[in-house]
Design a protein around this ligand. Structure first.
Ligand code: PHE
Length: 348
């Protein structure tokens, strides 16, 4: 059994001398590993006579325990030393300023909505809000899209499972839903805008399944098409910051307005470059019209007494034009480099 004692003495000396964790691990393998000295020694027990085996077995077990516990305590010491060393080299100065490259920026959508809100607030419009998840009535029926009307097909609607009371639910395809809610809840005269997310099943350079709209509604006893034109002319001139920006109105169709129009602004496309406010070309910017009497009736407003105008535009579209952003899809890719380039300072 001198063999076992010798292995123990040597191993304990080596363990004591080991000054890092990998040296300690090498010792553990050499002594206690599958082919380690103690493991090999214990394999010889089988060839001994039973009474000798008992004594030798106890010795080897004692040696094994002594070495294992020596390794364990040495490991604690070495781990503590390694941690202390690591902490010494990895100290951080928490008084340093936050890294400038992780700074955020205001997204162009938020910026555009702030600007739109500022312009229309100055003109006396109030902000109204409504839910993204809507029902068929507020999104279509109340807006004079009767069930089965072909204009419904143009909206590529995302339908949701019917509500418990069998109402058809959907993701709103336009913010006109908010105007219906406002007309149902408030008494005219009304002068409000709304903006927010809208959803249509479409995806390419100029369409994303979620986008933003801004709409306006004015209802009063004498509101007419002249008011609509003046209001929208003031708006585009102020938004694009071009005081003499030319505009024109083209006849169009929306089920909820009659007459309906699309407004274009003057631009030039010479040399493939779009410049607003110069040249003889036109660029479509928004849809508008006089609120259809059926819509007023659907919301409990007397069309013999009240009339009004409405308009609607894509927030991304006016943001792209103003800030020179070429691809709509990039708005929603959450690429920090893009945001750094097109984003705005909070102080702006
Ligand atoms: N809601 C219309 C759309 O999504 C836009 C619009 C609003 C047009 C109000 C006219 C008047 O296309």
């Amino acid at each position: 059994m001198q063999e076992a004692q010798k292995i123990q003495t040597e191993a304990l000396a080596q363990i004591e001398a080991a000054n890092d964790l990998s040296a300690l691990e090498n010792i553990r393998v050499a002594v206690l590993g599958k082919k380690g000295a103690i493991t090999e020694g214990m394999k010889t027990l089988g060839s001994l006579a039973p009474d000798q085996r008992k004594e030798a077995g106890a010795t080897w077990n004692a040696v094994k325990d002594a070495v294992a516990s020596a390794i364990e305590s040495r490991e604690v010491v070495l781990k503590r030393a390694a941690l202390a060393e690591k902490l010494k080299t990895e100290t951080i100065d928490i008084s340093l300023p936050v890294k400038p490259e992780t700074k955020g920026a205001v997204h162009p959508i938020s910026q555009a909505m702030e600007e739109l809100l500022a312009i229309f607030s100055d003109m006396g419009f109030a902000l109204a809000e409504g839910p993204d998840i809507e029902d068929d009535f507020h999104n279509f029926t109340a807006l004079n899209f009767p069930p089965g009307h072909p204009a419904r097909e143009m909206h590529d609607t995302f339908y949701l499972p019917d509500a418990a009371d069998a109402t058809k639910r959907l993701l709103r395809t336009h913010t006109s839903t908010v105007q219906i809610r406002a007309m149902q809840e408030q008494k005219p005269p009304l002068k409000l805008i709304c903006m927010g997310r809208t959803y249509r099943s479409d995806y390419d350079m100029t369409h994303t399944p979620m986008f933003h709209q801004m709409e306006g509604l004015v209802i009063d006893t004498e509101t007419n098409m002249g008011h609509l034109k003046g209001c929208l002319m003031d708006f585009v001139r102020s938004y694009f910051n071009i005081p003499d920006l030319k505009v024109r109105f083209r006849p169009s169709f929306f089920p909820f307005t009659e007459p309906s129009a699309e407004m274009d602004i003057g631009c030039s496309r010479k040399g493939g470059e779009l410049k607003l406010g110069q040249g003889d070309d036109w660029l479509e910017i928004l849809g508008c019209g006089m609120v259809h009497p059926n819509v007023l009736k659907n919301c409990g407003i007397d069309p013999e007494k009240y009339q009004g105008f409405a308009f609607g535009m894509g927030v991304e579209r006016v943001a792209m034009l103003k800030y020179g952003i070429p691809d709509l899809r990039t708005f929603f890719e959450s690429d920090l480099r893009w945001l750094k380039h097109y984003g705005f300072s909070v102080f702006n």
